[in-house]
Design a protein around this ligand. Structure first.
Ligand code: AMP
Length: 196
């Protein structure tokens, strides 16, 4: 079963994806994680996208589509493989079309597109807290977890990503889950969708 988790920054997509990896043996494909990895290891691509990411803007469709294409080919699909979770991808209509084409080519399908719904005040609070918690734990906050970048990330979401809700609704298969509920409640709502 392959699913897309849709939702604004701070909605909990990454957290929920990690739970599904543990409980259902799925493989999380997070373009944000892949890009942060490239940034940290200082590859040419990583250096190219660093400033864009820190500012909260979207990197080019070409880059993220390339990353996903590569992972679809190499990510584990061994025994017991539970499917792919697309987390933070697609984020534009062009990415959504490209993903549809890639999946078709590989004889795969997207079974569910699940929107995590919440309001903006909660998002800002969550992201600011996520940054504070990271620092309190002795680490460093994500470079884009600050109010200035967050404003840009939210605007990018509403301008470029939120149209995907209509796109997948029209295609059929869009579900939504209350992202305001506790982490465990969101996880059980997701499980309910997947087991339905
Ligand atoms: P995330 O961890 O999903 O919040 O992504 C962090 C940052 O990586 C975003 O703010 C973008 O700069 C970049 N990014 C991640 N996924 C995508 C994508 N699908 N398309 C464009 N940019 C992306």
């Amino acid at each position: 079963m392959n699913i897309i988790l849709l939702g604004p920054p701070g909605a909990g997509k990454g957290t929920q994806a990690k739970k599904l990896v543990e409980t259902r043996n799925m493989v999380q494909l997070s373009t944000g994680d892949m890009l942060r990895e490239a940034k940290t290891s200082g590859t040419d691509m990583g250096n190219k996208v660093a400033a864009i990411m820190d500012a909260g803007e979207l990197v080019t469709d070409e880059i993220v589509i390339g990353l996903i294409e590569e992972k679809l080919d190499t990510a584990s699909n061994g025994s017991g493989f539970g499917g792919f979770i697309f987390d933070g991808f697609p984020r534009t209509l062009a990415q959504a079309d490209a993903l549809g084409d890639l999946m078709n080519t590989k004889g795969l399908a997207i079974d569910h597109v699940i929107e995590l719904k919440l309001n903006d005040d909660v998002l800002v609070e969550r992201i600011v807290n996520r940054a504070k918690e990271a620092v309190a734990a002795g680490g460093t906050a994500r470079a884009d977890d600050n109010e200035e970048s967050l404003k840009v990330r939210l605007m990018e979401y509403y301008k470029k990503t939120s149209p995907l809700i209509g796109y997948y609704y029209a295609k059929g298969g869009l579900k939504d889950v209350d992202g305001l509920a506790s982490m465990d409640e969101v996880a059980s709502s997701l499980t309910a969708v997947l087991d339905a």
